[in-house]
Design a protein around this ligand. Structure first.
Ligand code: SAH
Ligand code: SF4
Length: 350
């Protein structure tokens, strides 16, 4: 019998399951709390009767992640993890400290099938989707390992969250539950390469999360050369979907723009971008592109980056250059996992 992923159950599903086992309602609340707060073993659920714990052990499993590699930045304390899942697959997660608390960047898939040219996560394609419970486990493991409470979550690690739509939605519902980790949706960002059909679906949930769009280019010519997804939904269609999304949620949209030398960093690009974003309440996050060893691109020098930012601001668009955290353990999106896989990673280990 295949075991049940009980940590992915919402309260209604858990109630149905427990009722079928003949359990009273209050047991569901107890169990839900234990699961959501990150207990990894049924035997630690001390207020549940032993017989129930035995039944749960027989029928269910608690999704967990185990630490394979941990790198701690000596500069700012940023922690990067490579986690192993029950089937041996590996994912990445990063914990960052800001003035307002701790933020964790979680993965939503093992690998990614979107194939953006600048990204290490997609180099080997998609292996599988993560379950809601595996997304949650990245947060609880980081809390336990560091003895901290995470206050913010960004879905910006490996994978395309909107290509794992229902699991990502369920994760959002679980992580913000009062009886669970209770992380407010306003403290969560979901980053997408621009899967327009799913942005439209997500709008219907009206979650007050921050939608973050990996735009990276102001027009189809440049964007399609970097991102396959743009061949299906072009820049104008994507921005129209963002506007509709904003009309419903009233939330500011965040646009990610990784600057790559001589690709998307010209004055003309900045001007075109500003023009395209007019009418959307937004913020542009400029990211000096992180070179990936499999690619040949470079990031522009800082002067060029500042120039791009100022040009956007002059044109009325809010823009900042993203602060680099963990520069000494630098391994963006998917790079660390590959290094571990290739046996290249032995430095800075804790
Ligand atoms: N799949 C989602 C979320 C994960 S990628 C998305 O694409 O939005 C997280 C962010 O890292 C995205 O904005 C992505 O474009 C960016 N990114 C990926 N590789 C990068 C690189 N080499 N340099 C800078 N940013 C990169
Ligand atoms: Fe996937 Fe995002 Fe990387 Fe593109 S940038 S390959 S969508 S993880």
């Amino acid at each position: 019998m295949e075991k049940i992923d009980i940590k992915s159950f919402n309260e209604a599903e858990l109630l149905e399951f427990m009722t079928a086992l003949g359990q009273p309602k209050f047991r569901t609340a107890q169990l839900f709390k234990w699961l959501q707060q990150g207990v990894e073993d049924f035997d630690e659920m001390t207020n549940l009767p032993k017989a129930l714990r035995e039944t749960l052990k027989e029928q269910c499993y608690i999704a967990n992640v185990s630490i394979v590699k941990k790198l701690v930045s000596k500069i700012d304390g940023t922690v990067k993890y490579v986690y192993e899942l029950f089937d041996g697959e590996r994912i990445e997660s990063v914990v960052m400290k800001y003035e307002h608390g701790y933020t964790v960047c979680i993965s939503t898939q093992v690998g990614c099938r979107m194939g953006c040219s600048f990204c290490a996560s997609g180099l080997d394609g998609l292996f599988r989707n993560l379950t809601p419970s595996e997304m949650l486990a990245q947060i609880t493991k980081a809390q336990q390992d560091n003895g901290i409470r995470i206050s913010n979550v960004v879905m910006m690690g490996m994978g395309e969250p909107l290509d794992n739509f229902l699991n990502s939605v369920k994760f959002l519902q679980l992580v913000s539950n009062d009886n669970g980790l209770n992380i407010g949706l306003r403290h969560i960002s979901l980053s997408t390469s621009g899967v327009v059909s799913k942005i439209k679906e997500l709008k219907e949930y009206n979650f007050p999360i921050t939608l973050s769009i990996s735009l990276h280019a102001p027009n189809d010519e440049i964007r399609s050369s970097m991102m396959k997804v743009n061949k299906k939904w072009g820049v104008d269609e994507l921005l129209a979907a963002c506007k509709e999304y904003q009309d419903v949620t009233t939330r500011r949209i965040s646009f990610e723009y990784a600057l790559i030398e001589n690709v998307n960093d010209s004055d003309a690009c900045a001007d075109e971008l500003a023009k395209k974003l007019r009418g959307i309440m937004c913020h542009v996050n400029l990211i000096p592109a992180n070179p990936v060893k499999e690619n040949s691109f470079k990031k522009p020098d800082m002067n060029k980056i500042i120039r791009f930012k100022e040009r956007l601001i002059k044109n009325g668009i809010n823009a900042t250059v993203r602060r680099t955290l963990g520069a000494d353990i630098d391994a963006s999106c998917g790079q660390l996992r590959r290094k571990v896989k290739e046996g290249m990673c032995s430095e800075n280990l804790q």
